[in-house]
Design a protein around this ligand. Sequence first.
Ligand SMILES: [Zn+2]
Ligand SMILES: [Zn+2]
Length: 239
Amino acid sequence: MTIATKYLALWWRIVTGVGTLFFPPQCAGCGKVNTWLCSTCAETIPLLEGPLCPRCGRPWEGEGNCPACRAHLPAVRRLRAATLFAEPIRSAIHALKYNGGREVAESVRPLMAKAWAKWAMAGDLLAPVPLHPRREARRGYNQSALLATALGLAVNLPVVPDLLERIRPTRSQTQLGREARRRNVAGAFRVRRPSLVRGRHITLIDDVATTGATLDACAVALLEEGAASVDAFTLARAA
Ligand SMILES: [Zn+2]
Ligand SMILES: [Zn+2]
């Protein structure tokens, strides 16, 4: 971390700290104060229901893979999510990413664990999708690593937070279409711990999956290093 990013991170923490003082966290579900997502609301969030595309986990009622997966077979073997990207999870994820709401990862742990069992997910280890180091320094943490750590404890699997690294900053994907998203993140990731990848069944963890392009770019890097398979599991699915 350079001096400049250290100061930036410090500044950001002061700004969010002061913000919390005047605008305390409020549950995204019921408005209760001093929590971003209370345990009562977290318990009522419905798990994602099938039928889904067997490959990308998008709600899909047809035979076999969905049209998007038939057009371009994802490198991720099986992508599943705990729930849909809808309220209150949408606001809770926003707090987790932009308002310092680290505790959201704890609030959603039971939800993620239930969905993990429901979709019969399995694997040797969990690896979060990494942020670019500059973004992680600014935020103070990687929200996907917090989710992976919470889930790893619940399902008793090792978590390797630095298995991958983001080697170039990428534009926000939100305004981009499917093809542009793929180009935006292609080659953006590199394996940092090759010895932990070869022959292993790896499950990537992220907060939200939309087209799955970011997860796929990670999977390509892992498969090139000899991973036996790469699945992905996210807190939410934007269909
Ligand atoms: Zn609540
Ligand atoms: Zn699909």
